[in-house]
Design a protein around this ligand. Structure first.
Ligand code: SF4
Length: 225
């Protein structure tokens, strides 16, 4: 994994990790589920132009939320979830998620998973990007790429892929691995028509090596007799 991360680090950006308000990070992550970045950013920015706090969102109607996040896909379901989450954060945590995210990782994960609409990926994103835990959240790109690279098997589930990737990744580089593998998946290791030939790590990938031209031995010059 080290060689892969080093190579990908030369090609892609390291995103800045912003420690935004944890509630807004949760809203952003819920909106990113099963949709592309462009649409989820648009939905987030529409929504937060009107409602930013758990209180404001809990008091908004589901229809108001739906209208604002329509561009983001699965908006009917997400609108209901966002309202339920906001109400829970307001009533159970007095509008503040920081104390949950500051708990020991397993405790915090279980508490996040008990919230409506919060699955393992969303919980792990909160724990990595807000709490700073050295873990690898597994999104759809990380899932696909890690299987093609041979770190995980096709039948592995979320927790198995995560555990295998974390074991293969040097401590301290796991959030970086999450970020770089996502960019690899978006730009080269796409679900359909992956660009094996142009992939920056094709020489390090069991699939990619089939597409790499073997280097030709250099021709010997004939010396005049
Ligand atoms: S060589 Fe192909 S399969 Fe391997 S990481 Fe690159 S795009 Fe994915």
């Amino acid at each position: 994994m080290t060689a892969i991360l080093n190579k990908l680090g030369e090609v892609f950006n390291h995103w800045r990790i912003s420690r935004e308000d944890p509630f807004l990070l949760l809203v952003r992550t819920v909106l990113s589920q099963n949709t592309n970045d462009r649409n989820s950013f648009a939905a987030f920015s529409n929504l937060t132009s009107r409602f930013k706090t758990p209180e404001q969102l809990a008091n908004a109607t589901v229809n108001e939320i739906k209208e604002l996040i329509k561009v983001g896909g699965l908006y009917q379901e997400k609108a209901k979830r966002l309202k339920e989450i906001s109400r829970l954060v307001l009533e159970k945590y007095r509008g503040n998620l920081k104390p949950v995210l500051e708990k020991p990782i397993q405790e915090a994960r279980e508490e996040l998973l008990s919230m409506p609409g919060v699955g393992r990926k969303t919980a792990d994103i909160m724990l990595a990007f807000w709490s700073g835990h050295d873990i690898i959240p597994v999104d759809t790109h990380v899932f696909r790429v890690s299987k093609r690279l041979g770190f995980a098997k096709n039948k592995d589930n979320y927790d198995e892929v995560k555990a295998k990737l974390e074991l293969a990744t040097p401590p301290g580089r796991r959030i970086e691995a999450h970020i770089l593998l996502i960019q690899l998946g978006r730009n080269y290791c796409r679900s359909r028509n992956p660009l094996h030939n142009q992939c920056p790590i094709n020489r390090l990938c069991p699939v990619g090596t089939r597409y790499v031209e073997p280097s030709r031995p250099s021709r010997r010059r004939a010396h005049p007799q």
